[in-house]
Design a protein around this ligand. Structure first.
Ligand code: UDP
Ligand code: MG
Length: 329
């Protein structure tokens, strides 16, 4: 029997989780052809999420949990989840019920047909704000042009990943992660399906402009040197224009003499070149910062609490022994 994990990163989701828990149990019962498991990664929540997931585990040992030592952000929470699953496939879902369980059987069907990464693209409903929708669409178009990574629009983390994809993702240990781009980078047999995204059940989205901006910059700088190249081009263009202007000034002085004028021009030029230098330095700094943080090579997360592992449970060990590949970490 194939085993499948539902992986749920949760940060302050105490309101949504009980509902999700109930519908997941019903769902598991409706799909007896697989051995189900849920792994809830508590990403340093400050509400009752931690207590809830422990209670779920006591109720039903198929619900496992992993509590991280602090809030690391969804990308790292997902990696922690990948590291701690051993099943043949993993389905990633948000805790806020925005991802309908009804889509999962369709994912399983595609997986059975040989797809290794079944990703769900949302129809352009209006469940997300105008700003987030347009900005994310524009951003992915930009990323597509700058890199050779084909990131499909309106697609997030709601997907089924085969064990081989999970193992590949576990090997990518960069600290500033953009998982969405990594899915594309690893390749494998992909299959697109569509779904209607529901409204968030409780609470508000954890994303804000600053977080999205940081994610966007991380995505670009971790996949392409294009901004560095662009700085070079910018420098060349400006230098060339400056050279033309210099020739013009020399000729003008030789032909018409040099009455001291042109203070405004001077001021504008100094400001312009100063600005460009700062931008270029900023781009350099962005890459330098990445080198700095990757070179420290720190552990990406710490686990503060975890549901009892399969090793301590003889019944479960027998079950997982059929899984061929083991996770890298
Ligand atoms: N999440 C997380 N850590 C964070 C922020 C979010 O684990 O620092 C989880 C959150 O609990 C949810 C999922 O990531 O299950 C998606 O978050 P959210 O619904 O806020 O994002 P959106 O759906 O608006 O993109
Ligand atoms: Mg959400």
């Amino acid at each position: 029997m194939k085993s499948v994990t539902i992986l749920i990163p949760a940060y302050n989701e105490a309101e949504s989780l009980p509902v999700f828990f109930l519908s997941l149990r019903q769902f598991f019962a409706s799909q007896p052809a697989y051995r189900w498991e849920a792994l809830i990664v508590n990403d340093g929540s400050r509400d009752r999420t931690g207590q809830l997931i422990e209670a779920f585990h006591r109720d039903d040992p198929r619900f496992r949990f992993l509590t991280l030592s602090r809030n690391y952000g969804k990308e790292i929470a997902l990696l922690a989840g990948f590291d701690h699953t051993r099943t043949d496939a993993v389905v990633i879902m948000d805790a806020d019920m925005q991802h309908p369980l009804e889509v999962v059987p369709q994912m399983l069907a595609e997986w059975e047909r040989g797809a290794q990464d079944v990703y769900a693209t949302r129809y352009a409903d209006k469940t997300e704000g105008w700003f987030k929708r347009t900005s994310s669409r524009k951003y992915y178009r930009l990323l597509r042009r700058l890199t050779r990574v084909e990131i499909p629009a309106d697609t997030g983390d709601f997907r089924l990943l085969d064990r081989r994809c999970i193992d590949a993702l576990c090997q990518m240990r960069e600290s500033q992660r953009n998982t969405n781009a990594l899915y594309c980078l690893i390749g494998f047999e992909k299959k697109q399906i569509f779904y209607h995204q529901a409204e968030r059940l409780y609470g508000t989205t954890k994303w804000n402009f600053v977080r999205l901006f940081n994610l966007a910059v991380d995505g670009i700088t971790s996949f392409t040197n294009a901004p560095l190249r662009l700085s070079l081009v910018l420098g060349l263009v400006v230098s060339f224009l400056a050279f033309l202007y210099m020739v013009f000034i020399i000729v003008k002085t030789l032909v018409w003499g040099d009455p001291v004028t042109g203070y405004p021009t001077l001021a504008v030029l100094i400001l312009l070149s100063g600005g460009i230098q700062l931008i270029v330095l900023g781009v350099l700094g962005e890459y330098l910062g990445r080198i700095f943080s990757e070179s420290k090579n720190r552990p990406l997360y710490f686990v503060s609490k975890e549901s009892p592992t399969a090793e301590s449970d003889p019944a479960e060990t027998a079950d997982t022994s059929s899984v061929k590949s083991s996770p890298t970490h």
